[in-house]
Design a protein around this ligand. Sequence first.
Ligand SMILES: [Zn+2]
Length: 344
Amino acid sequence: MAAAVPARLYFRHPACLEHDPRAHSPDHPDTPERLLSLEQHMRARAWLGWEPREAPAASEAELELVHSARHVRAIAELCAAGGGELDADTFVGEASFRAALHAAGGACAMVRALLSGEAAAGFCGVRPAGHHAERDRAMGFCLFDNVAVAAELAIRELGVERVFILDWDVHHGNGTAEIFRRRRDVLFASIHQSPLYPGTGPLGDAGSGAGEGFTLNLPVPPGSDGEVWLSLLEHVVLPAAAAFAPQLVLVSAGYDAHLADPLAGCRLATEDFVQMTCHVRDAAASWGAPLGAVLEGGYEPRVLAECVEATLLALGGEGEALSAAPEALLTSRAAAHVGHYWPL
Ligand SMILES: [Zn+2]
């Protein structure tokens, strides 16, 4: 029998389509149509050769790797009671707890498949998103921090010593940053628009205590384009991550920095997400670290589908990472700060 070829696995679950904040907030941008559009797009393209897989539900023990039991119970109880408001922009219905379990469980299953060698690449097309959720608090459309749960699972149960998390959602990944801010075994890097929700993540916040230097916050002004984002990635984030020598790379893959996104003011084109993916793909390969991405934001459904397709093709090996000279202003400022902790 021929040896099994590692697959490219796409984790999804029908429950993720059931979470609908509009029951409590009619104009809410996190609609089921985001995923419906994405999945129709993928089906029409035979999932681009990726293998769609049902995301299992995360266990309570998995969620409690990074969340308090009280937080998990509070979400479960509010949903069981029919749902309601968790904060000014986070709403749940009866189906939301189940959606969130499968979103976090997909990230866990992806990491298990990547680390066992079963998967050559992974993507989780799930919702609700995760990166704003803190240990004890849901916020910013997020209930459980899917990427953080998966990273902690890799460290506590799957023998990984160092995880690099890149968050390219346009909003700061405050939840992931808080969960790991005192840790040296997770390098967290976020490129995000500032000022913008949630208002955290200044360049000067590099983590706390023993974890100082292991949080890389790279805010960019509204209007920033792909040149700025790619420059920060190529000349600041990836050199620091190379020095960290991760054994697993996870991307908090939001697509709301796209020019067409209604929630923010950055100006990335779909091709810029291709380039970011190519750079991270090649870096992870050079480190011998498996790479998986988990969907975060992205609120223009057609553009979201187009960007995820582009990401999957690049993760699958298409496209070439193009090197560019550092953009002058923001990159030199960020490099001066990050260079305090890492050889760039
Ligand atoms: Zn976002």
